[in-house]
Ligand binder design. Structure first.
Ligand SMILES: [Cu+2]
Length: 135
């Protein structure tokens, strides 16, 4: 009798702690570490970039090879860096971006930003932010 009560307690504790561990991880967007890389592949589709969050070092220059997997015209746009390139359906572009000295800079598709087609270049330990509206 006493043994089974102890067992029940152990089971419920295990369950509670595993739930606690899993929940915060699911809320965090996935960030790809590209520190030290010169080039990385991105996918553009309806309606997202993958990966959408890239982590680099201050001032790092990175070539993005972006492939449009969809039949829809997308763009890759960073107003602060005067980058605004269309990505034709099933097409591919190469664009060079620069990580900020600190914090983050956002990029987006100018046609589908409102649908969540956004991403961020994060420097150092900057945390992903809720995506800003481009206007
Ligand atoms: Cu788009």
């Amino acid at each position: 009798m006493r043994m089974s009560r102890v067992l029940m307690l152990a089971v419920s504790l295990t369950f509670t702690s595993s739930v606690t561990v899993i929940a915060p991880a699911a809320e965090q967007p996935k960030v790809k570490d590209v520190s030290g890389l010169a080039e990385v592949d991105l996918e553009a589709d309806e309606y997202y970039f993958e990966p959408a969050f890239l982590r680099g070092t201050p001032g790092q220059k990175l070539k993005l090879e972006i492939e449009n997997e969809s039949n829809t015209l997308h763009s890759f746009t960073i107003p602060e860096q005067k980058v605004d390139m269309d990505i034709p359906p099933k097409g591919k572009i190469v664009v060079e971006v620069t990580f900020p000295q600190s914090g983050l800079v956002g990029f987006f598709c100018k046609f589908h930003s409102a649908l969540g087609m956004n991403g961020e270049l994060l420097t150092g330990d900057a945390k992903p932010q809720a995506v800003r509206s481009p206007k």
